[in-house]
Design a protein around this ligand. Structure first.
Ligand code: C2E
Ligand code: MG
Ligand code: MG
Length: 597
């Protein structure tokens, strides 16, 4: 069944011949057309014994064509002699129909007449079975017909050198994903990959070497792409559905259901890096050189072919003007954004060792007494290359790259060290809050990191609150329950930050071990006059209290907001009304005023 033109490596680890047939047989849909229902019953019984299970049948040959159109069988067993519409008529109609003309037909006939057979063959029949049918002959002929069909399908739709899909199949797959995206209002990305130096290898080392180069390269590409989109074909071979070889040195990828265009850039960079290692071809090291273009659905186009064209245009841009970059977006603004993100990623790598990160502290204030009871630590970064970058911009990037793990540990240690000093100096029960990202919580060493930092700095666990944003906690809330309990076991408090901006499930709010709820600034902002009092804020405070949580109002800027939150019996607040986040030295002065010795 294997052909030397196919890259046999693809089949090396696949199953034995028997298993390959059995997956063909169990998935095949067989259609039986015979005017005698007893004949179809007998055939079906034979075939069931051979492992077939998927049948459609009719004894009314005038229905055969419409049934085929509806059922799309893999093979048709067709009686020739039928009243009104004969088997020849059915064959004739199938050949004139684009959707049906390639379905293989096995003719069942009691006639030995050579002309009859010739006519059926002319009309495209694939094989004959003499009536009465012999059960084992039937099974073998059917199996061979199916195998031939599957092989033909493979030849037509898949590139024989690499085993990757060809353009048409890829466009069909992409079309289906895009239809889904349209309903879900989702985002996708077409990625065009160009193996720049294939021509050079072909010219200098010959086509055989070039072919080997493409095979090795496409395997690498497949590894980058394959995690999510694998199916098994009728032979049981794994196929990556969203990757195709669209011409000699060009490949296309479609990424469905992405959250933002940068995810496509992440894959583009991975492809460029992973495929850049050299291959040893005939003792010579060949370094693949790759250029990538990205077009975003629906922003850059909504039609699969147009998206691919735009991705190719973007690739040409990367090739001609990319400077240091080997990939480009179709949209110019996306390129700027991508360059900025990349420089932030690169800048963050050295930020800790170059001492570019700083901690600022914003007072947490008792709403009734007005006393400063502690502070929230907020990170600041001034990069020598980029300048000031807001944590709202660089924290999500560091979460994606994993840099948040060392950064998170750094700020925790720095803030605990500082807070332990204030605790001693002012002899007050100073509470420290530190923001943590869910990525840190999912790090298996997180408990240990927190424990070690508390031991090292001598800051009491019970005075430390870890703040997690509502969005992060509620996404995969079920799996977070255990992780948060592990942290709680260290004796720290947990707070749900920016509350009201995400979608909290009330049942999870009850099940998660949370001590504090911080009402997001946007709700406090709405409280602008005595009359304008947000009923939502009132509801949030009372719900949090019912669940036994302390409530913190974020972003209090006016006395009206302060008084309103006081009336609602909210316990604590933060905001510019008391102070902006300030450096440790300034915070010490603030504490000195509040707690004169
Ligand atoms: P957050 O934890 O909700 O922090 C409160 C943000 O509101 C801070 O912004 C603070 O400066 C600002 N803010 C406080 N009071 C007022 C006010 O009265 N008016 C206005 N307009 N703003 C006020 P910042 O420092 O830019 O931090 C933004 C977000 O970045 C934080 O939101 C937090 O989610 C994240 N973040 C900051 N530092 C860290 C960190 O060390 N680790 C992690 N994982 N995230 C951090
Ligand atoms: Mg916070
Ligand atoms: Mg907040």
């Amino acid at each position: 069944m294997q052909n030397s033109a196919i890259d046999t490596n693809r089949f090396d680890d696949s199953d034995s011949d028997e298993d390959q047939y059995s997956s063909l047989i169990s998935s095949a849909k067989i259609m039986l057309v015979d005017d005698e229902p007893i004949n179809t019953d007998v055939l079906q019984t034979y075939l069931t014994g051979e492992g077939y299970s998927n049948f459609v049948s009719t004894s009314d040959s005038s229905q055969a064509i419409s049934m085929m159109q509806a059922e799309k069988p893999d093979v048709v067993l067709l009686d020739l002699m039928m009243p009104e519409v004969s088997g020849f008529d059915v064959l004739q109609a199938m050949r004139g129909n684009k959707g049906l003309q390639h379905i293989p037909v096995v003719i069942l006939t009691s006639s030995d007449d050579a002309d009859t057979k010739l006519r059926a063959l002319q009309l495209g029949a694939m094989d004959f079975l003499a009536k009465p049918v012999d059960a084992s002959e039937l099974a073998l002929r059917l199996r061979n017909t199916l195998a031939a069909k599957a092989y033909q399908h493979q030849l037509v739709n898949y590139d024989q050198l690499t085993g990757l899909a060809k353009l048409d199949v890829f466009l069909d797959n992409t079309y289906a994903v895009i239809e889904n995206l349209k309903t879900d209002k989702g985002m996708g990305a077409a990625i065009h990959v160009y193996l720049e130096n294939l021509k050079t290898v072909n010219n200098s080392m010959g086509r055989d070497c070039g072919n080997r180069f493409i095979q090795l390269y496409s395997r690498k590409l497949e590894n980058c792409v394959r995690s999510t989109n694998i199916i098994r074909d009728t032979f049981g071979t794994e196929i990556t559905t969203n990757l195709a070889r669209t011409s000699g040195d060009k490949f296309s990828i479609f990424l469905g259901h992405i959250e933002n265009p940068q995810q496509a850039a992440v894959l583009a960079r991975r492809i460029i890096i992973d495929t850049s290692e050299p291959f040893n071809l005939d003792g010579q090291l060949i370094f693949p050189s790759t250029k990538v273009g990205i077009a975003i659905f629906p922003d850059d186009a909504t039609d699969p072919q147009k998206l691919l064209n735009n991705a190719e245009t973007a690739m040409s841009y990367a090739k001609d003007h990319g400077g240091g970059e080997s990939y480009a977006f179709y949209s110019g603004t996306m390129n700027e954004e991508s360059t900025r993100i990349l420089s932030i990623e690169n800048g963050l790598h050295k930020a800790i060792e170059n001492d570019e990160l700083k901690v600022t502290y914003q007072p947490k204030v008792d709403l009734i007494t007005g006393d400063i009871i502690g502070a929230e630590a907020l990170i600041r970064w001034i990069s020598p290359e980029i300048g000031f970058v807001s944590p709202e911009e660089f924290i999500p990037i560091s979460e994606r790259t994993g840099q948040i793990i060392p950064i998170g540990a750094w700020i925790l240690e720095r803030a605990c060290t500082q807070a332990a000093l204030w605790l001693q100096e002012f002899n007050i029960d100073f509470k420290l809050a530190v923001n943590v990202s869910i990525r840190q919580i999912h790090d298996s060493r997180m408990d240990l990191t927190v424990k070690k930092i508390l031991e090292k700095t001598g800051f009491p666990a019970s005075s430390l609150t870890l703040e997690l944003t509502e969005n992060m906690v509620m996404e995969n809330a079920e799996s977070n329950i255990e992780l948060l309990h592990n942290l709680k076991a260290l004796g720290v408090r947990l707070s749900i930050d920016d509350f009201g901006t995400g979608y909290s499930s009330l049942s999870y709010l009850q099940r998660l071990p949370l001590d504090e709820l911080k009402i997001d600034r946007s709700f406090i902002e709405e409280v602008q006059s005595e009359e304008n009092r947000s009923p939502i804020v009132r509801a949030m405070v009372s719900m949090a209290h019912d669940l036994g949580m302390t409530v913190v109002a974020e972003g209090i800027e006016t006395d009206i907001q302060l008084n309103h939150m006081k009336l609602l019996q909210c316990e604590l607040y933060q905001g510019y009304l008391c102070s902006k986040p300030i450096v440790a030295k300034a915070f010490t002065e603030l504490l000195a005023q509040s707690y004169p010795k």
